[in-house]
Design a protein around this ligand. Structure first.
Ligand code: 4NP
Length: 156
């Protein structure tokens, strides 16, 4: 199994959304038996919690229901996952600090965004529901390209 971990700060907004959108794409592509996604946050504020209600709302609106409990990103995840995908530069740096190195499996999700390569997925936590819809759209298009990348690397 090829394992992907999406990582944001709180693990209640961006990364759980990335996880469910990506798992849905895998299911639609018939690849759920080969690739699987999970998510984590670099902070410990929301460990064990459900996603933010606005995340749940946006996920339901797009037919990608969420079932996830917050977990914190730890060094051991580096061995367990084949791809570590940060939502922004700040969490990319947090992850390097936790791992003590910058492994090649660590990437930014918007490296795969045709509109805004290398930018951050904006943190929607302190904004309104519009910010969550924007995050959904960024993730949806970036994850298509990320899946293409994995398929190419693994000849799937
Ligand atoms: P996330 O958003 O990193 O996309 O899950 C946030 C969630 C919680 C907080 C910040 C960002 N917080 O400060 O509690």
């Amino acid at each position: 199994m090829i394992k992907v971990l999406f990582v944001c700060l709180g693990n209640i907004c961006r990364s759980p959304l990335a996880e469910v959108i990506f798992n849905k794409k895998l299911s639609e592509a018939g690849l759920s038996n080969k690739i699987a996604a999970d998510s984590a946050g670099t902070a410990n504020y929301h460990v064990g919690e459900n996603p933010d209600p606005r995340t749940i709302e946006i996920a339901q609106k797009h037919n990608t229901p969420i079932d996830h409990k917050g977990q914190q990103f730890k060094k051991h995840h580096q061995e367990e996952f084949d791809y570590l995908i940060a939502m922004d530069h700040s969490n990319y740096k947090n992850m390097i600090r936790e791992m003590g190195e910058e492994p090649s499996k660590l990437l930014l999700i918007r490296d795969f965004d045709p509109y805004g390569k290398g930018e951050d997925v904006p943190d929607p936590y302190y904004g309104g529901v519009n910010g969550f819809e924007q995050v959904y759209q960024i993730l949806d298009r970036s994850l298509d390209k990320f899946l293409d990348h994995i398929k190419k690397e693994h000849h799937l």
